[in-house]
Design a protein around this ligand. Structure first.
Ligand code: C5P
Length: 220
């Protein structure tokens, strides 16, 4: 029991990017690799949790001992997360596209010489973390990430409040850091009662440390 402190606990993790279709062959996406989210799902499973990983399109392999639900769009990701409730903890690591094309074309948009490029009208995607943070079946622990390129701590704290989360792991994803798509991460843990700077470590180590924190919080 000592090594499986999350036995009997349910966890939901989101990971990867979302792809928002423009037409059947084109989409809007972002640079998330899924490495950090998948590592967190694996770490929670190693501690005995029953984990549902809701993943956007990624090339990283499925973690061992986790049930994986594959989605493409933000709305599909939200539906899959809600379908996986109730849970003891959710960790939203996915880089959900903030916007989608308001009316994706049913057929490939043709390029015709002499015609102007098609305008893309965008509409806002659902905020999955905010939905869960304020949900009637809110898990005991709601954890989000904040990828920022400036004012990392301030933006992270504002996000904690706005989204109704217990913790936000904020990281600086400026291109110079190499974090996006890389193996290492450097995060600040922002909680209700303070902020901790975690030294730079591998994404697997961030996952281990977060899983240990979740186990401690759920058994307290
Ligand atoms: O607002 P921002 O996208 O920076 O917030 C990041 C956090 O919110 C991440 O935990 C991300 O998974 C989550 N999120 C979400 N649904 C969105 C946008 C972000 O769950 N539509």
């Amino acid at each position: 029991q000592e090594e499986k402190p999350l036995a009997g606990r349910k966890a939901i993790v989101t990971s990867g990017p979302t792809h928002e279709p423009i037409d059947p062959v084109r989409y809007i996406a972002n640079r998330s690799s899924g490495k950090q989210g998948h590592a967190i799902a694996a770490a929670l499973a190693r501690l005995g949790a029953e984990v549902t990983l809701v993943s956007g399109p990624v090339t990283v392999p499925d973690p061992v001992g986790v049930s994986v639900v594959r989605v493409e769009r933000a709305e599909e990701m939200r539906d899959a997360v809600l379908a996986a409730l109730p849970a003891d903890v959710v960790v939203m690591v996915a880089a959900v596209a903030d916007w989608r094309v308001a009316a994706a074309a049913g057929n490939k948009i043709k390029k015709r010489s002499g015609e102007a490029p098609p305008p893309l009208l965008l509409t806002e995607n659902p905020d999955i973390l905010k939905t869960i943070g304020h949900h009637a079946s809110r898990p005991k622990l709601v954890i989000g990430f904040a990828a920022e390129t400036e004012n990392v701590a301030d933006n992270g704290r504002a996000k904690l409040e706005r989204k109704g989360a217990d913790y936000i792991l904020a990281n600086d994803v400026s291109p110079s850091t190499g974090i996006m798509g890389g193996e290492r991460n450097s995060v600040k843990l922002i909680g209700r009662d303070g902020t901790e700077d975690w030294q730079e470590m591998s994404k697997d180590e961030v996952a281990e440390k977060l899983a240990a924190l979740i186990a401690a919080r759920l058994s307290a």
